[in-house]
Design a protein around this ligand. Structure first.
Ligand SMILES: [Ca+2]
Ligand SMILES: [Ca+2]
Length: 199
C-alpha cells in the first residue's frame, strides 16, 4: 500500500521536471477576448499599439517584433495573458504585483485560482538575475477569467540605486498589447503605478 503514493509522487515530479524543460508556445488568442475599461495611474502614458522595431530583444519588457509575445526566446514563460516589467538599476527591488479577476495576487510557485503565476522574481541574492532585472507573470493554465485585473508596479527598496527608478511594463491581453514606462521613487504617491482592465 505504501508504494503507491511514492509512485504518484515520482510521476508528479517527472511532470514538473518535464514542464520546466518546455518553453510553452504562446496559445492562439481567441478573437472574443474583449478588453474593456482600461485605466492607468494619473500622468502615465499608456501605449496601446505595437510598432515593430526589429528582432526580439531580451529583458526589456517590450514585444520588439510585435508577434504578441514579450521577450520570447529569453527563458520567460508566456501565455494569452502576460505581464512583464524590466528595469536597469541592478540593486533596486521592484515588484510586479498582478491581481487576477478573483483579486488573488500572482506569486511564484502555484498559480492563482485564475491561473496566473510569476516565473521570475528579481533581484535575487544569489545573482540569478545577472543584473537583468525582469519579473514576469503569465496565464499558466485555463481560459482567462472574466473580471477586473489589476497590475501594480511597485518600488520596494532602492538598495542604494539612484532615484527615481525607471521601469518598463509590457502587457499582452489576448491580441492586444499595452506598454508604459514609469519613474518610481520612495514615498507614498510616487512608489507605485498601476494598470487595470476588465475582461
Ligand atoms: Ca515578441
Ligand atoms: Ca523584448
Amino acid at each position: 500500500m505504501r508504494a503507491r503514493p511514492r509512485r504518484l509522487a515520482a510521476a508528479a515530479l517527472a511532470t514538473v521536471a518535464l514542464a520546466a524543460c518546455l518553453e510553452l508556445p504562446a496559445a492562439t488568442p481567441k478573437p472574443d477576448l474583449a478588453v474593456r475599461d482600461v485605466t492607468v495611474s494619473e500622468g502615465v502614458g499608456l501605449e496601446s499599439a505595437c510598432t515593430p522595431t526589429g528582432v526580439e530583444i531580451c529583458f526589456n519588457a517590450r514585444d520588439d517584433n510585435c508577434n504578441g509575445v514579450i521577450d520570447e526566446g529569453c527563458g520567460l514563460r508566456a501565455g494569452i495573458l502576460q505581464f512583464t516589467i524590466a528595469w536597469d538599476a541592478a540593486e533596486a527591488d521592484v515588484d510586479l504585483n498582478v491581481h487576477d479577476a478573483t483579486g488573488e495576487l500572482a506569486r511564484t510557485g502555484e498559480p492563482t485560482a485564475g491561473g496566473l503565476v510569476k516565473d521570475r522574481d528579481c533581484p535575487r541574492p544569489n545573482g540569478e538575475c545577472q543584473g537583468q532585472n525582469v519579473e514576469n507573470v503569465y496565464l499558466a493554465e485555463g481560459e482567462p477569467r472574466r473580471g477586473r485585473y489589476k497590475v501594480v508596479v511597485r518600488l520596494d527598496k532602492l538598495n542604494g540605486a539612484p532615484s527615481p527608478i525607471r521601469v518598463r511594463l509590457g502587457a499582452r491581453v489576448g491580441q492586444r498589447s499595452f506598454g508604459m514606462s514609469v519613474d518610481l521613487a520612495p514615498g507614498a504617491g510616487t512608489d507605485e503605478r498601476s494598470f487595470e482592465f476588465t475582461l
